[in-house]
Design a protein around this ligand. Sequence first.
Ligand code: 5GP
Ligand code: MN
Length: 334
Amino acid sequence: MKPIEEIKPLLESPKKVVITMHQKPDADAMGSSLALYHYLIQKGHQVAVISPTNFPDFLKWMPGADQVLDFESMQEKALGALQGIDLLFCLDFNALYRTKNMQPYLEQLRCVKILIDHHLEPQPDFDYGISDTAASSTAQLVYETLYKLGEEQYITNEIAQCIYAGTMTDTGSFRFASTSARVHRMVADLLERGLKHELIHQAIYDNFLENRLRFIGHSLLHRMEVFYEYNTAMMAIPYADLKRFDLQTGDTEGLVNFLLSIQGIKMAALIIDRREEIKLSFRSKGDFDVNTFARRYFEGGGHFNASGGRSTDTLDKTVQRFIKAVQENEELLQ
Ligand code: 5GP
Ligand code: MN
């Protein structure tokens, strides 16, 4: 994979471009993709942003979100946008299976493929890119890419908003270990460019519907289990809960972090029965590596302290497998 700054000559004449991200995109996937989108359209390229699935309502305020094609509900339009493209940008993921139903179509493309990502262990099939696991967020990597290309004059307020949203959420509002001096320097630059950061915080975190908060309360009261002997906390959410509280895409985001706030807990797991599959989210504090854990037991991956996986077993069976996996990791969890 050649360094990202070497794409500069490719961007000197108008190109047909698609930007895509992982399924059920979060604020970093969406924010980084839309930041790049706003840059590329200023440069005169023809750009489509495709999300493999729908995305949370609390990201709809993002400038350009109304232009995003949902591959599940707008497949024909999205496939049209993929026809004859020159460049494909893959943002905030590094393995094509994370694009769900788009995967076979992306594999067939013969265009130049560019990766911008911060997850561990990237797939090797990209022509250009940056894979920086020390970066706070993919949004930050888009910001830094604009500087590397000498194009920072294109950072509009729209771009600043998208970048800030992705970095704020991926750093847990600037508290995780990934919140380096580099992050704060970027944020200072964005603020000097006129960004109103409190509005972005409000749009994402002070925008719940009542049922979402009641679901969180219900889950903490009835679905949480703490295994003090393994310094692990878990929540298993049955499909019936998602129905009862009328949960929408994104409504379970952040729930796993509550578990990690319990004194002494090193690993937290949120296991949700989404019916089409069981989705698992893992978080850790300190030196327990949940990327390896997710890869080894649940066909997943991600970061050292935040990862995800899936299971096709029932919820009960998945919970049993999780507990067994925790027991196998007893020493590492001490
Ligand atoms: P979340 O628990 O918020 O869904 O995901 C936590 C982190 O792990 C995110 O950075 C996400 O992109 C990544 N992740 C989630 N699920 C998977 C997965 O199935 N495979 C891989 N490689 N990464 C995942
Ligand atoms: Mn990210």
